[in-house]
Write a protein that binds this ligand. Sequence first.
Ligand code: ZN
Ligand code: ZN
Length: 137
Amino acid sequence: MGRTYLFECPKCGYRAKVAGGTERGVHFAVQTVLCHECKELHDAVTAWKPVVPGLTAMSGGSAQLKAARKPLPAAPSFLAALNRLPPTGTKRLKWVHFKPACPVSARHRIREWQSPDKCPKCGCFLEGNAIPFRIWD
Ligand SMILES: [Zn+2]
Ligand SMILES: [Zn+2]
């Protein structure tokens, strides 16, 4: 189970909906990163468990399995990962791991961000909401 929190800057009003560190669900894991180029917090997908739709142990489907096992060119975005929750009867594959990267561009310089940590705009400490904004699998 992963959780997304709303963080707010008391000084400049910057708001971000991020995990605030590492969170791992059933299908993917994220790491909150601060991008020095975007001056934003992002949730970078660091691990991802691909699923093969409609593939069961009995039906075979080796072509589908092969396609799903092909390495992804880049980590999926948080929303893409969130929207890809599998229907029932799908086969789960192994975890694929990614280096945390900015979802806007993998060439941006980032650092890992772990709450309590600073605002990417003004450097003030962000205030995290105690109640998760969103809970995902
Ligand atoms: Zn700020
Ligand atoms: Zn960036």
